[in-house]
Design a protein around this ligand. Structure first.
Ligand SMILES: *Cc1c(COP(=O)(O)O)cnc(C)c1O
Length: 364
């Protein structure tokens, strides 16, 4: 086998090796099914065990209360930008958005197509290098939802303190936690709805996890909303209104069980803090690398940093790749470099990264 590299991509990202090996072992014959998980009916007993097992495991991992539903959907987190609006507001109604980065802007763009999308806080003035404070007075009383991006994948910031819906406002709190779900402890009860694309911290692309308060399912929704995009339809069909992404759900279930064996989300967060501190400390003490993000708002999942010039950035990214450390180039909107340190990235990978960074700096 060719040697595996350390993949610092923001997504799809590195998965735990143990999970990949289990997938390899079971690929031709899922135990009890006599065939691959890609070949069996989603209405079969073996697949029932796969999807139920995955739901039970994520419920245990995130302490999801009984009055919340868990949905396994498709379309990525991007589909949720509009799906959330269509399920929580009627056309033309008001929705509040916190603009803290690339994906929150995209979410608001979709909101503006459905209704009256209001920006209630923004950090665009300083290129999204901090988490904006929400002034409760900015949230319209009639807003149906308050949307925020919990971890800003492109700019490397995190809402370490959750935004709050002001008293007297009926808005539902919606968090896009695509790039930090299961990597840090997230208080599900404090949200009405959480969504996350799978390809960062959960498993293969093609699956989106939505965790929502069950009373949302009883809302009277706009009749134009397509059947496929109604949460209630998905919930009533146990996420199998149509053929679900069977393989991605299976792989996600294995990742959930792997996290449980490691000690749960608390242990993941401990490891992620250790990895991120190692890298941030190195950057903060170096002469050529700089992290533009305010220290208190820094993400432990996506670490962004800059070098003094485009030429040095390109040379560093190349030298890292030559050393088996790939995908360190920053998002095109942010520039510079970015190291994503999701659950699948071992501490050794980050140690190796700091060694290569040190070596590069010595020769500048
Ligand atoms: C990656 C990402 C998205 C987009 O996810 P897709 O699954 O590609 O649609 C949205 N929000 C955040 C925070 C992300 O990190």
């Amino acid at each position: 086998m060719e040697e595996r590299v350390y993949n610092f991509s923001a997504g799809p990202s590195q998965m735990p090796l143990e999970v990949l090996e289990q997938i390899q072992k079971e690929l031709l014959c899922l135990p009890g099914a006599g065939a691959s998980v890609m070949e069996i009916s989603h209405r079969s007993k073996p697949f029932d065990a796969v999807i139920d097992g995955a739901e039970e495991a994520i419920r245990r991992l995130m302490n999801i209360p009984d009055d919340y539903a868990v949905l396994f959907l498709q379309g990525g987190a991007t589909m949720q930008f509009s799906e959330v609006c269509m399920n929580l507001a009627h056309q033309g109604e008001t929705m509040a958005f916190i603009k803290s980065g690339q994906f929150s802007k995209k979410a608001m763009d979709e909101g503006a197509r459905w209704g009256n999308a209001v920006c209630v806080a923004s950090s665009e003035d300083e290129k999204f290098t901090y988490i904006p404070k929400l002034d409760p007075a900015n949230v319209p009383k009639d807003a149906k939802l308050l949307h925020f991006t919990g971890n800003n994948t492109v700019y490397g910031t995190t809402f370490w303190e959750l935004p709050k819906v002001p008293e007297g406002c009926g808005a539902r709190l919606v968090g896009d936690w695509s790039s930090a779900i299961l990597g840090i402890d997230i208080d599900v009860k404090a949200h009405d709805l959480i969504y996350a694309g799978a390809q960062k911290n959960i498993g293969p692309a093609g699956l989106t996890v939505v965790i929502l308060k069950k009373d949302i399912l009883e809302r009277d929704i706009d009749p134009v909303v397509p059947i496929m995009l109604r949460y209630k339809v998905a919930a009533d069909a146990r996420s199998m209104y149509n053929t679900p992404p069977c393989f991605a759900i299976y792989a996600a279930g294995l990742v959930f069980k792997w996290i449980e064996r490691q000690g749960g989300v608390a242990e993941m967060e401990r490891r992620n803090r250790e990895k991120a501190s190692l890298l941030y400390d190195f950057i903060d003490n170096s002469k050529i690398y700089k992290c533009p993000v305010r220290p208190g708002d820094r993400s432990i999942m996506n670490v962004v940093f800059r070098l003094p010039s485009e030429e040095l950035t390109a040379a560093f990214v190349k030298q890292a790749a030559d050393n088996g450390l790939i995908s360190l180039k920053g998002h095109r909107a942010a520039g510079g470099c970015r190291a994503s340190l999701y659950n699948g990235m071992p501490l050794e990978g980050v140690k190796k990264l700091t060694e290569v960074m040190k070596e590069f700096e010595r020769h500048v």
